[in-house]
Design a protein around this ligand. Structure first.
Ligand SMILES: [Zn+2]
Length: 392
């Protein structure tokens, strides 16, 4: 498989300066080995320990700061987004293994991490266990060590190598052209824990073979960075927990899952309402598709204009719920995309509204994926066409 093979044979220096705190020496060396080409300053004391953070263990802390990031080769004239320095630290936590924390305030829309995958598979390869094993065998010894220390949910009927892959890989669906989908596993991205209310968004850049993570909310200093592993964002906590235990072997303790605060009390209610709003839009879509179908008994009772208004009203409700739940990133961008599509169905008099929602989608995608992501660029083209009053 070309991509995994390529990155395995020619590891590149892509990661930002990452501080490792309170990480066992063996882990330090393996993590550093992955960050090829960066020199290590040991016991520098550059990164201070945040004593206010409950997960931080202050004894025997050793800090490592990696040297300035190298220049990244790329096509001439194309400025690739790079994570800024000194934003992250990897810390050993008592209950969640190694985790990634911010060392300073990070604004929404900041690229926090970019790395080449250890293994990257397309959708035809990813269901073949032997391909995972084969790609693993192509990694360097240092990379294999990094890989084998990643979290293993010990999935049944799988070898350790395959089980680790499925315990940590990110879904690349939507980021590869032609519906190739697939998935990728990275050394540092695997250290980002899950949250049902994530503060970073994963994306995959096909051109550079990079896994990228952008902050989708402002992140305060000392806060854990988390991404969402789970597609089922509109489900209640108990249902999410069952799936997470089954597929990933962990119990999420984010603010939407732990019964301890005001947010949690309202979270299930909001997610149920989100689910209802999505169902209502799907119902409108089905009704619209059935227009002209003689079998549709009451088709004459609800016209297209009413269906469009009903769908837009449900989507407006969904937008409000997502914002209250701080569930931004992909779910919110997709909601705006749907709103623009429905507004366009109003014909000429819906143009301004379609532009308004498309601009919102664009803003969300710039924050979550960056300006050079294909989806962001596609929206810009679409928006230009909408503003020019033509449909594409
Ligand atoms: Zn959760």
């Amino acid at each position: 498989m070309a991509k995994g093979k390529k990155s395995a044979k020619r590891p590149q220096s892509l990661s930002p300066r990452i501080a490792l705190e309170n990480v066992a020496e063996v882990d330090q060396h393996i993590l550093v080995a992955q960050l090829d080409g960066l020199c290590v300053v040991d016991d520098s004391g550059i990164i201070s320990v945040d004593k206010t953070r409950p997960d931080s263990i202050t004894q025997n802390v050793r800090a490592i700061e990696l040297a300035a990031r190298p220049s990244i080769p790329g096509p001439a004239g194309v400025l690739k987004p790079r994570p800024e320095d000194d934003m992250l630290q990897v810390i050993s936590t008592p209950d969640r293994g190694l985790a990634v924390f911010s060392t300073r305030k990070i604004k929404a829309g900041t690229l926090v991490l970019a790395e080449h995958p250890l293994i990257s598979l397309n959708k035809h390869e990813e269901n073949d266990y032997s391909t995972v094993e084969r790609e693993f065998s192509k990694l360097s010894r240092a990379e294999q060590k990094v890989y084998l220390r990643l979290f293993d949910a010990r999935k049944s009927r799988m070898s350790r190598v395959v089980s680790i892959y499925y315990s940590n890989c990110y879904n690349c669906e939507g980021f590869r052209p032609g519906g190739q989908g697939g998935s990728a596993i990275g050394a540092l991205s695997s250290r980002l824990n899950h949250s049902c209310v994530p503060n970073v968004q994963f994306s995959y850049d096909e051109g550079s073979n990079e896994m990228r993570f952008y902050a989708i909310r402002d992140i305060s200093r000392g806060k854990e960075l988390s991404s969402n592993y789970d597609k089922s964002v509109f489900e209640v906590a108990a249902k999410r927990r069952r799936k997470q235990q089954m597929y990933y072997g962990f119990v999420c303790r984010c603010e939407a899952c732990e019964p301890k605060n005001e947010f949690w009390v309202k979270s299930d209610e909001r997610r149920l309402a989100m689910y209802d709003a999505v169902r209502a839009v799907q119902w409108c879509e089905r009704r619209l598709a059935a227009e002209g179908d003689a079998a549709m008994v009451d088709k004459a009772q609800v016209g297209e204009a009413e269906l469009v208004e009903e769908a837009l009203s449900s989507l407006t409700r969904l937008e409000g719920l997502l914002l209250k739940e701080s569930l931004v990133g992909v779910p919110l961008a997709n909601t705006y995309r749907s709103m623009a599509k429905w507004a366009e169905r109003k014909g000429d008099h819906g143009d301004d509204e379609a532009v308004k929602w498309k601009v919102k989608e664009l803003e969300m995608c710039i924050t979550a994926f960056g300006r050079d992501c294909q989806r962001t660029r596609d929206i810009e083209v679409k928006l230009e066409a909408l503003q020019a009053g033509r449909s594409i």
